[in-house]
Design a protein around this ligand. Structure first.
Ligand SMILES: [Zn+2]
Length: 254
């Protein structure tokens, strides 16, 4: 869908109570972030349609709900007010929530203007052991030298620190692209679950939370027809069977 059309559609979204009335037959869920109960909206993106993806009240997508649940579990009992966190490529959705939660909250990105640090994740301008928590969601699938980026994240973590590094797991096995695909927001790979082995090579422990680890009422799965892959926009993705796929949140411990 062209960007302009997508923006118009985005603005035309009805408020949550209206959306609920308009879709009486869609399955009902509960958003763990804003407590909305009712059907979730389908979501169009470059790889096609995802069903039951978006909370019509707070806008959370599947990955936001899953990450919210996994973060709550991982940070349970931790004194986040005494922790210094780095949010890489900060999504608006989490920015406000995380900045309220952590004692020190800093943002970084290679291109975004509204961040504290202009930084390349492959070459971070921070001393060793600077942060207690690093969050970089859907970043590493854009990074050519991701092994270097992962080593950099590990380097800037303090002892006992954590890095949460989700990528879109869209294939059974990771496919590395020869060049960034502009039609896929510049992705340089299509990760599979084997991708997390790259984290295990660097971190002392990696806990991977999957959609099935949380109540299905929160709809943390990705409903998407991947049998039709590859598509003209995603020519190197390999097909997967089924229409309901797990998403993942890897929590890496220094
Ligand atoms: Zn919500």
């Amino acid at each position: 869908m062209p960007r302009a059309l997508r923006i118009i559609k985005e603005r035309a979204k009805p408020p949550a109570p209206v959306f609920r009335l308009l879709h009486p037959r869609k399955p009902r869920f509960q958003c763990p972030i804003c407590a909305y109960r009712g059907p979730f909206a389908d979501f169009e993106h470059f790889a096609g349609r995802r069903w039951h993806a978006q909370c019509p009240r707070c806008g959370a997508l599947e990955r936001h709900r899953l990450q919210h649940l996994a973060l709550a579990r991982s940070l349970d009992g931790r004194d986040t007010k005494s922790m210094r966190m780095l949010h890489f490529a900060p999504e608006k959705f989490f920015r406000r929530r995380l900045s309220a939660r952590f004692g020190r909250y800093e943002t970084a990105d290679i291109g975004m203007k509204d961040v504290d640090h202009r930084a390349d994740i492959q070459n971070l301008p921070f001393p060793d052991a600077t942060y207690d928590f690093v969050f970089a969601s859907h970043v590493l699938e854009h990074v050519p030298d991701d092994r270097r980026a992962i080593a950099e994240i590990r380097r800037v973590l303090r002892p006992g620190g954590m890095a949460v590094l989700p990528v879109p797991v869209v294939c059974a096995k990771t496919v590395e692209y020869p060049a960034p695909n502009p039609r896929e927001s510049g992705h340089v790979r299509a990760p599979g679950v084997d991708y997390f082995e790259k984290y295990r090579a660097v971190f002392s422990r990696v806990d991977v939370f999957g959609s099935a680890d949380f109540p299905a009422i929160h709809q943390p799965f990705v409903y998407e027809d991947r049998t039709r892959w590859p598509t003209p926009d995603c020519p190197l993705r390999t097909p997967m069977s089924g229409e309901r796929h797990s998403d993942y949140v890897p929590v890496c411990h220094a």
